[in-house]
Design a protein around this ligand. Structure first.
Ligand code: FMN
Length: 189
């Protein structure tokens, strides 16, 4: 599959087979993730990559993340998903990748997002299902959770992506063609 095919065919997968994902495959995806461009200000490795495995273990964390969100609604916003019974935080996936940003460096969240997008496209290219999940981030960053999970000191989860063998692939959500403004050179008098 070429890069364009992978970009256009990728969908967020919210149903996974009850099968683990081989570590070699996860490693290959993370290797693709870190090929993302980074500016000099970020240094060579502005992130820490963490992997949590096990659908059951993740489902338990997902319940905690949902409960945390339900009881810590941000001012002026309502995380309605935290009250929807059918909403799953990790969708039964067997693996979760956390791309953790170096705290205190304002550039590193962007680095992590670029790596995350690479990861999604690489997963598609290797027939691995993926879904970027923002829902668990508030819980993952809440006091004590980073330490409990073993996230390295000085880093916080910026990107969370579940991975697994897809059980169901939803139809695409067609995007509108982008409006492009071609900036012509200023015409000379
Ligand atoms: C930053 C970010 C956070 C997201 N959080 C969630 C989430 O918590 N749960 C979920 O099921 N999907 C989540 N998504 C997936 C989006 O809902 C999905 O990408 C969007 O609906 C477009 O569908 P597609 O990925 O299949 O093209 C998130 C996507 C992004 C980029």
């Amino acid at each position: 599959m070429d890069a364009l095919e992978a970009i256009h065919a990728r969908r967020s997968i919210r149903a996974y087979k009850d099968l683990p994902l081989r570590r070699e495959l996860i490693e290959e995806l993370l290797w693709a993730a870190v090929q993302a461009p980074t500016p000099p200000v970020s240094g060579q490795a502005p992130w820490k990559l963490c992997v949590l495995e096990g659908a059951e273990r993740l489902a338990g964390y997902g319940q905690r993340a949902k409960e945390y969100a339900r009881t810590h609604q941000p001012a002026g916003q309502h995380w309605e998903w935290s009250e929807r019974p059918e909403f799953e935080v990790f969708w039964g996936a067997p693996a979760l990748v956390l791309i953790c940003a170096q705290m205190g460096n304002p550039e590193t969240p962007y680095d992590c997002c670029r790596a995350g997008q690479n990861l999604l496209v690489a997963a598609q290219a290797l027939d691995v299902g993926s879904c970027w999940v923002g829902a668990p981030i508030p819980w993952l960053r809440s006091p004590g959770v980073g330490q409990e999970l073993g996230i390295p000191d000085g880093y916080e989860p910026e990107v969370a992506i579940v991975l697994g063998h897809p059980a169901q692939v939803p139809p695409g959500q067609p995007r509108p063609r982008p409006e492009i403004t071609w900036l012509a050179p200023r015409s000379l008098p």
